[in-house]
Design a protein. Sequence first.
Length: 153
Amino acid sequence: MRPLDRFRSFKVKLGILVGVSVTVAASLTQVSIRAGIEPLLSLPLVVIAALVSTQPLARGMTSPLRQMTAAAQAMARGDYSGPVRATSRDEVGRLAEAFSVMAAELEQTDRTRRDLVANVSHERARPSRACAPSWRTSSTASPSRILPRSRWP
C-alpha cells in the first residue's frame, strides 16, 4: 500500500503533497536562518530537500497512471494480460478499476472476433452441405416442385 492510498480524493492527496513540501521548505529555511547560512546558498538546498521529501508521495500517487499507460501500450499490441492494480480509493483508483474491467471486456471481444473470423474463413474454404438447396440433395425433388413449368430452364 502506498502512503496516501487511504485518502479518497486526489485533491486531498495533492494538498497533502503541497503541505509536506511547504513544511519541509519552511523548516529548513528556519534552520538555515538560525545557523546563519546565506539565503542564496540555502534556497537551492531547501528546494532540493523539499522535492526529495515529496518524491515518494508523488511517485505513489502516479504509479497507477504509469501502470495504465503500460497496460494500454500492451493492449495496443494485443496483450490484455497486464492488470492494473488499484489500491487507492480515489479518482485514480476508480479509473484503474474501470480500466481493468475494460481490458477484460476487450479481451473477451477480441477472442470472440478471432473465433468468428476463424469460423467464417473455414466455412468459406469448405462450404457446409447444410447451405446447399434441398432439391439438389433430395432424390424426390424436381424442378417442377420449386419453379413453375414456365420458368424451367
